[in-house]
Design a protein around this ligand. Structure first.
Ligand code: SF4
Ligand code: SF4
Length: 175
């Protein structure tokens, strides 16, 4: 299968398709011994990057800000349509981080990956990772926003590197 078809396979479909594909990929990579020390090491570094970002978000009280927003009429920005920003490799990375990814039941107007304590992904889709709404932008000074941007950029660059490592390994599997 060529690279274009691989991209189609990992990026197309609804969130349930992508989640099922990522679970299948995780099992197959593990079974074939393709989660090697290089990949496992980058996943551990990503875990630290994600923790640094979560700490920065907590320091800025973003959880409380978003909960307040979500409780207002119209809700927050994690709507059902946003779940389409996920892809199989990004979900796979979260499974490798040990995250328990389940779809929200019953389905409603919220993103299906929004759990009771917030987003289920330590490593979020790129769009979600980069999104800073006006409430966030207006509620923090420039230095604090720069720190948030730096933490997000570290997660994003590590995620991108891991996606390319995964792509190399996934292409060894037959589909
Ligand atoms: S990111 Fe902004 S718009 Fe989205 S829920 Fe949080 S405060 Fe509200
Ligand atoms: S941050 Fe998480 S819960 Fe919110 S839209 Fe993105 S994937 Fe869904």
């Amino acid at each position: 299968m060529d690279l274009r078809h691989h991209f189609q396979l990992w990026y197309e479909g609804n969130p349930a398709d992508k989640l099922a594909r990522s679970r299948d990929l995780h099992r197959r990579l593990d079974r074939e011994g393709l989660i090697d020390t290089v990949l496992a090491g980058e996943i551990e570094s990503l875990r630290i990057d994600c923790r640094n970002l979560a700490d920065q978000m907590e320091a800025m009280a973003l959880g409380r800000l978003c909960s307040g927003c979500a409780a207002r009429p119209g809700g927050g920005c994690c709507s059902a349509v946003m779940a389409d920003n996920t892809d199989s490799l990004q979900i796979l990375i979260n499974l490798m981080l040990g995250a328990d990814i389940q779809q929200r039941q019953p389905a409603d107007a919220n993103c299906c990956f929004l759990g009771p304590g917030g987003c289920l992904f330590p490593a979020k889709p790129i769009f979600c990772l980069n999104y800073n709404c006006t409430h966030i932008l207006r509620g923090a000074d420039r230095a604090t926003l720069t720190l948030l941007d730096q933490c997000s950029a570290s997660v994003l660059s590590r995620q991108t590197l891991i996606e390319s490592l995964l792509m190399d390994r996934v292409r060894i599997l037959s589909f």
